[in-house]
Design a protein around this ligand. Structure first.
Ligand SMILES: [Zn+2]
Length: 139
């Protein structure tokens, strides 16, 4: 008998699902960085496996990703919660990517003393508009 522990089948399936999600997120970030004209930005992307702290003030809100920018230096860091993203539909996963990238565009307008919900509302609406417009254009 091998000393190496075997992972149960459901665990292996979950790992494969998470790997596919990481690949899809990587492709979507690249695609939408181009569509959103963010090529001059350095955008680092990292994967989280144990959750992202909920700072929304809404206790039941699931955080799929977050974005922190240093807009003066055209640098952003986006973190994706892979397990949470793995259960999203293709459309919702794409919307999460567009939402986070839209934070990059509006970051300069947001700062201390400004209710962050205003930024979230603007970014969410811009995401909806962009995705709707893009789909209407190609169909
Ligand atoms: Zn947001």
């Amino acid at each position: 008998m091998s000393a190496k522990k075997r992972r149960p089948a459901h665990r292996k399936a979950a790992i494969r699902k998470h790997e596919r999600t990481v690949e899809r997120l990587g492709r979507l970030v690249s695609l939408w960085m181009d569509r959103l004209w963010l090529g001059q930005w350095q955008i680092d992307v990292t994967w989280e496996w144990n959750g992202i702290r909920n700072e929304t003030g809404q206790p039941n809100f699931i955080v799929h990703a977050n974005c922190v920018t240093s807009w003066a230096y055209l640098h952003a860091h986006i973190r994706f919660d892979v397990p949470e993203c793995s259960v999203l539909s293709a459309y919702r996963l794409e919307a999460v990517v567009v939402h986070e990238l839209m934070h990059v565009h509006v970051a300069q307008m947001c700062g201390e003393g400004v209710d962050p919900n205003h930024e979230e509302r603007v970014v969410t609406q811009l995401t909806n508009v962009l995705m709707h417009a893009y789909r209407a254009r190609v169909s």
